[in-house]
Design a protein around this ligand. Structure first.
Ligand SMILES: [Zn+2]
Length: 149
């Protein structure tokens, strides 16, 4: 049964296309002489896949088709940037705007929820100045003031 399955897959492809080497073709023919089911399968396959195309003339490809394809490819190769950037730029800009607006909204909400002292702490830490440093600086400023006064 598995053998029939394998034979039929060859029938559907290379056998019907006439692409088989002589020994392989003979192997299939030997099986076909012994197996009525596969012979029936070959008949059906030929009816469906070969007969409809027999006697059909190959359609001539229009002379202008290939030059048109070449021209199109060349145009895309000459101006890849011009085609690419206008499509990408609005996407990038709107993405950046969305990120910016979102972060401003969140920042405002965050600040509104904080007391004034906490806001100062937040701003100091955001700019890399710790509360301790701020205090030290102000102490130092006081000392300088005292020194000069
Ligand atoms: Zn068979």
């Amino acid at each position: 049964m598995d053998k029939c399955k394998e034979i039929r897959s060859v029938i559907l492809t290379d056998y019907i296309d006439g692409q088989l080497e002589a020994p392989e073709k003979e192997r299939i023919n030997t099986h076909l002489r012994q197996c009525a089911v596969c012979r029936g399968f070959l008949e059906e396959a030929q009816k469906g896949l070969v007969t409809p195309f027999q006697g059909q003339n190959r359609q001539a490809v229009p002379q202008t088709l290939w030059p048109a394809i070449v021209e199109k490819i060349c145009q895309e190769q000459e101006h890849p940037v011009r085609v690419f950037i206008p499509r990408l730029a609005p996407v990038a800009v709107s993405f950046l705007l969305a990120v910016l607006i979102t972060s401003v909204i969140f920042f405002n909400q965050y600040m509104a929820g904080l007391r004034e002292e906490e806001q100062l702490n937040y701003v100091s830490s955001a700019f890399g100045v710790s509360q301790a440093q701020t205090e030290t600086t102000s102490d130092f400023g006081t000392l300088i003031e005292e020194y000069f006064l």
